[in-house]
Design a protein around this ligand. Structure first.
Ligand code: ZN
Length: 300
C-alpha cells in the first residue's frame, strides 16, 4: 500500500527523536549528525531499527540538518546529495518494504530577505536539491519539520512538491506557548500555519518540537484540529510532541517525561481524531513502544 493510502487507514505511528538518541549513543553534541549517514551508518540504522521494533510504522531519515545552508556550518555544503541519499538508503534498508520512510527536511537556519540575506530562489533550490537526493535514496514521502517562519515553510513545501510527484508531503511547525497563545519563534499562530500550508496541498499538517508541557501539547492538538476543520479541507493532522519541557541539568537539556505519561498524552491526542503520532526531542523507543501498545488495540 502506498504511504498516501496508508495514512488514511487509521493510526499511523511515526518514530521518536533521532538527535537525543544519537547523544545517548555517545555522539558529541554539536557534531554534524547528518554526516553520520556516511561516517557511522550503523549507529543511525540501529536507532531506526529500535523504533521499528517498538512499533513505528515509519522512520524519519537522519537528514534534519542536511540542506546546503545547515551543512555549510560544518563545511559540508558540497555533500548534500551524498548525505541525503545515504540517509534515505539507511532508513529504507531498516524499514524494508512493509514499513515506510519519510525524508526529513529541517529549516535552513538562515533568514530570508529582507530579514536576513537569503534569496528565496536559493532557498528553494536548496530544498529541491535535498528532496531529490532523498527520493533517490528511496523515501516514500517527505516531512518538513520544526519550521518557525511561514515564508521558509512555504518555500520548502513548494520545493518538495516540485519533485515529490504523487508522494505525500507532511509539514510541521514548532510552537511555544507565550502569553496564553501558541506561536512559533517567528510569531506564526496555528491558524496561519494551518491555512497557508493546507492551500499548498500538503497531505498532513502538524506540530513538532517547540517547548510545551504535555497538557499544552494536547491543547495545541485541539487547536490544530479546529483550524483544519475551519478550513473545510480533510487534510490530516499529525503530532510529534517532545517528552515534555526540558530541564537543564549540568547545562544539558534533559527530558523527564516517562513513556507512560507520554503515551497517556498521545492517547488524548489520538482521541481528538489525530491518527499520525510520533515524538520529538527526548522521546525514545520506549516511549513509542508504550504508545503502540496502548493505541494499537482496537484502532485498526
Ligand atoms: Zn524536537
Amino acid at each position: 500500500m502506498s504511504l498516501k493510502e496508508r495514512i488514511k487507514q487509521g493510526l499511523f505511528l511515526l518514530d521518536g527523536a533521532m538527535g537525543t538518541q544519537l547523544i545517548a549513543s555517545g555522539i558529541e553534541v554539536g557534531k554534524c549528525n547528518d554526516y553520520l549517514n556516511i561516517e557511522s551508518s550503523d549507529i543511525v540504522s540501529n536507532i531506526h531499527k529500535a523504533y521499528l521494533q517498538a512499533g513505528s510504522d515509519a522512520v524519519i531519515t537522519n537528514t534534519f540538518g542536511a540542506n546546503k545552508f545547515a551543512l555549510a556550518r560544518h563545511g559540508l555544503a558540497e555533500e548534500v546529495e551524498k548525505i541525503n541519499t545515504a540517509g534515505a538508503k539507511i532508513a529504507r534498508k531498516a524499514a524494508g518494504e512493509q514499513k515506510y520512510v519519510l525524508g526529513d527536511i529541517g529549516p535552513s537556519g538562515n533568514f530570508i530577505k529582507p530579514l536576513g540575506d537569503l534569496e528565496p530562489k536559493d532557498l528553494e533550490d536548496a530544498f529541491t536539491q535535498q528532496a531529490k537526493a532523498l527520493l533517490a535514496g528511496g523515501a516514500d514521502g517527505f516531512i518538513i519539520e520544526t519550521m518557525t517562519a511561514l515564508d521558509e515553510a512555504i518555500i520548502a513545501i513548494e520545493a518538495v512538491k516540485s519533485v515529490s510527484g504523487d508522494l505525500p508531503v507532511f509539514a510541521s511547525f514548532a510552537f511555544d506557548r507565550s502569553g496564553g497563545d501558541y506561536r512559533t519563534m517567528m510569531g506564526v499562530d496555528v491558524e496561519s500555519a494551518v491555512s497557508k500550508t493546507i492551500l499548498l496541498g500538503v497531505d498532513a499538517v502538524g506540530f513538532n518540537c517547540g517547548s510545551a508541557t504535555l497538557d499544552e501539547y494536547i491543547e495545541l492538538a485541539e487547536k490544530f484540529v479546529s483550524a483544519v476543520k475551519a478550513s473545510g479541507k480533510d487534510t490530516l493532522v499529525f503530532a510529534e510532541p517532545n517528552a515534555g519541557k526540558p530541564e537543564l541539568v549540568d547545562g544539558k537539556a534533559v527530558y523527564k517525561v516517562s513513556p507512560e505519561d507520554f503515551a497517556s498524552a498521545a492517547e488524548k491526542i489520538h482521541s481528538l481524531g489525530i491518527n499520525i503520532i510520533g515524538g520529538c526531542c527526548g522521546t525514545t523507543p520506549a516511549h513509542i513502544a508504550v504508545i503502540s501498545k496502548k493505541l494499537q488495540v482496537g484502532s485498526g
